[in-house]
Ligand binder design. Structure first.
Ligand SMILES: *Cc1c(COP(=O)(O)O)cnc(C)c1O
Length: 223
C-alpha cells in the first residue's frame, strides 16, 4: 500500500475527537509532501536538527509537533516552528523553551512527558516531579509556555494488558494533575498516547492525540 492509502486506512480507525499526528521522522520530504497533499497537515518529528532542516523545505502551514527528547541547547531549533512540544521532561527544559518562546514572541503548547513504561530506556517524569515543577516559583513566572496535558510511551511489548495498564496510569496521572493544578484551565486537556502498535488501546483509554509513524510511512530504515 502507498503512504496515502495507509493514511486513509488509519484515519478510518481514529475517531474525530482524537488528533492524528503523522510521525515523519527519518522519512523523506517527498513522502511527507504526499501526505500533506491529501490534506493532512499535522506532523511530528523527534530530532531537533532533522526537524529544523525538514520544516524549511515543507509548506509553512504544517502544524508541527515535536515529540522527541530535547536537549536545552537544541531548543532554539525547535521553538520557532513547533506548535506543540510533547516531551517536556524537566524544569530546566521548560525554562529554556519559555525563554526561547519569549524571543520568538509566541506561546508554545507543552505536554509533560510522564514515565509510564516498565523499560529503563524510556524518558519522563514521575508525578512527584511534575507537582514539584508546577509548584515552583520559576514555573509561576513563565508567561510563554502553556501546559496542555501529558504524553507517555508504553512498554514495547506484545502484552496488551500491560500496555493498557500503562495507558490507564497515564490517564490517572492526567486526572490528578488536572485536579491539583489546572482544574479550571480549559487548555489542560490533552493526553498524547498511542503509536502504530498500540493506538487502538490508547484511544480506548482516553487518548486525545495519537502519534503514528510506521503504520503510515512504512518500515523505518534509519534510526
Ligand atoms: C517514532 C515515535 C512515534 C511513532 O512510532 P511508530 O511506532 O512508528 O508509530 C511516536 N512517538 C514518539 C515519541 C516517537 O519517537
Amino acid at each position: 500500500m502507498s503512504v496515502v492509502e495507509n493514511l486513509y486506512e488509519i484515519k478510518k480507525q481514529i475517531p474525530d475527537n482524537v488528533r492524528l499526528i503523522a510521525v515523519s521522522k527519518t522519512y523523506p520530504i517527498e513522502d511527507i509532501q504526499h501526505v500533506y497533499d491529501c490534506g493532512h497537515k499535522i506532523f511530528g518529528e523527534n530530532r531537533a536538527q532533522e526537524f529544523f532542516e525538514k520544516q524549511a523545505k515543507l509548506p509553512a502551514d504544517i502544524e508541527w509537533h515535536f515529540i522527541g527528547h530535547l536537549q536545552t541547547n537544541k531548543v532554539k531549533f525547535v521553538v520557532p516552528f513547533a506548535l506543540y512540544i510533547h516531551s517536556i521532561d524537566s524544569l530546566k527544559l521548560l525554562n529554556e523553551v519559555n525563554k526561547e518562546a519569549v524571543k520568538n514572541n509566541k506561546v508554545v503548547n507543552c505536554l509533560l512527558e510522564i514515565y509510564i513504561a516498565s523499560e529503563e530506556s524510556k524518558m519522563g517524569l514521575d508525578l512527584t516531579e511534575v507537582f514539584k515543577i508546577l509548584s515552583s516559583p520559576e514555573f509561576q513566572q513563565m508567561q510563554n509556555v502553556r501546559i496542555c496535558g501529558v504524553m507517555g510511551m508504553a512498554t514495547f511489548t506484545e502484552n496488551t494488558d500491560l500496555i493498557r495498564k500503562e495507558f490507564q496510569n497515564l490517564k490517572a496521572g492526567f486526572d490528578s494533575i488536572k485536579t491539583n493544578h489546572f482544574k479550571n484551565n480549559p487548555y489542560f486537556k490533552e493526553i498524547s498516547m498511542g503509536m502504530s502498535g498500540d493506538f487502538h488501546i490508547a484511544i480506548e483509554e482516553g487518548s486525545t492525540m495519537v502519534r503514528i509513524g510506521t503504520a503510515i510511512f512504512g518500515k523505518r530504515f534509519m534510526i
